[in-house]
Design a protein around this ligand. Structure first.
Ligand SMILES: Nc1ncnc2c1ncn2[C@@H]1O[C@H](COP(=O)(O)OP(=O)(O)O)[C@@H](O)[C@H]1O
Ligand SMILES: O=P([O-])([O-])O[C@@H]1[C@@H](O)[C@H](O)[C@@H](O)[C@H](O)[C@@H]1O
Length: 326
């Protein structure tokens, strides 16, 4: 069986913590930096938006968490940060550093080149890493490690694991390396390294869920990783698969008209976490993840969610008949 729910997170755990500590029972900790995204097609800038997994994750958690499930965000930006008044950073302000805000160029392939990857990313600036001491010194029900530019250091992930009852990790926080020779335009091309050779690998057995895109999956070694934690591989418009020690499940997608793939994986992970917070099983929570991933690709930049979309999601998840198109 896949993990029934987020370990230690759910109604009973909530009641227990509420009674013992009187604080917010389901408080989460989101660690990863906001960034600037420049979207390019055919060498021309077609959009400039707020980015960073923390921005997408905060937006989805704000929309979909159960009542009373608050969360704190630990994110770093520089003095040039252009989106301080956007909803996510305004509600969850970042720490200010002297270094410039992390920024990425995302180059999209033409529709004609069908077998090309959706986008090629290069990192143009990297703000400071997030250190263990940057994290609040208190306990959390759950944590989301969602770095985009290597800012979640191994020692920071280790501290998250100590502070949080369950930690969900986006593989992109662990396996990205930056190739200055191949970036173009002053940036460094985003590449991947094998997770097994990194200092993050020994931490995996203390992580609850590790999510990777299908492009990242070969680098995390699904067969090894699934013996240490539950692994989720997202497969774009095909939905996702969950792998655990002894089994796997496929969870079907919602259909969407994709206008910008940015943030699909981030939104998926936050939707998945929200599903677990509502007490759903991992496979049902993955359906919520698919809903938010589909919603993300159907809008440019950080999406907005309307109450009627969420009602349809709740209905379709309840009946497991997600025929809804976004
Ligand atoms: N074109 C699409 N149509 C419907 N759902 C999508 C589409 N693209 C992505 N999704 C949803 O978002 C999730 C994450 O997308 P994916 O492309 O796999 O991640 P990433 O953004 O990390 O590359 C998918 O598992 C799926 O649920
Ligand atoms: O699209 P996705 O993989 O879910 O996540 C994206 C990151 O890969 C990218 O580095 C960042 O610039 C985007 O804002 C977004 O966070």
């Amino acid at each position: 069986m896949p993990p029934a729910a987020m370990p230690g997170v759910g109604e009973e755990a909530a009641e227990e913590q509420q009674t013992k500590q009187g604080g917010p029972a389901l408080e989460g900790l989101v660690v990863g930096s906001y960034c600037h995204d420049v979207l390019l097609r055919g060498g021309r800038v077609v959009g400039e938006t707020l980015g960073g997994a923390a921005a997408f994750v905060s937006t989805v958690l704000d929309a979909a968490s159960p009542p009373g499930a608050s969360f704190s965000v630990v994110s770093k930006v520089g003095p040039d940060f252009a989106y301080a008044s956007a909803p996510a950073p305004a509600r969850h302000p970042p720490l200010l550093c002297p270094a410039p805000t992390t920024s990425f160029h995302a180059r999209f392939s033409d529709a004609a080149a069908h077998d090309a990857p959706d986008r090629q990313l290069s990192r143009v600036h990297a703000c400071d890493p997030i250190y263990p001491d940057d994290l609040p010194d208190r306990r959390f029900a759950y944590g989301l490690a969602v770095g985009v530019a290597g800012e979640v250091l191994p020692e920071t992930l280790d501290r998250m694991i100590r502070l949080c009852r369950a930690v969900l990790v986006d593989a992109q926080a662990l396996i990205r390396v930056f190739d200055a020779a191949a970036g173009g335009g002053g940036g460094a091309a985003v590449r991947h390294t094998a997770l097994e050779g990194t200092p993050y690998a020994p931490l995996l057995q203390r992580v609850a869920f590790l999510k990777a895109s299908s492009e990242e999956a070969p680098y995390i070694g699904v067969e090894t990783a699934r013996r240490r934690c539950c692994v989720i591989v997202t497969e774009g418009k095909e939905g996702c698969r969950l792998y655990w020690d002894g089994g796997e499940a496929r969870v079907a997608p919602f259909s969407a008209v994709q206008v910008d793939p940015t943030g699909a994986g981030d939104s998926y992970l936050a939707g998945f976490a929200a599903g677990l917070l509502w007490g759903l099983s991992a496979t049902d929570a993955a359906l919520i993840g698919n809903f938010f991933g589909a919603a993300a690709v159907s809008q440019i930049g950080v999406p907005t969610f309307h109450p009627e979309m969420l009602q349809v999601c709740a209905h379709d998840t309840y009946y497991s008949t997600h025929q809804y198109s976004i």
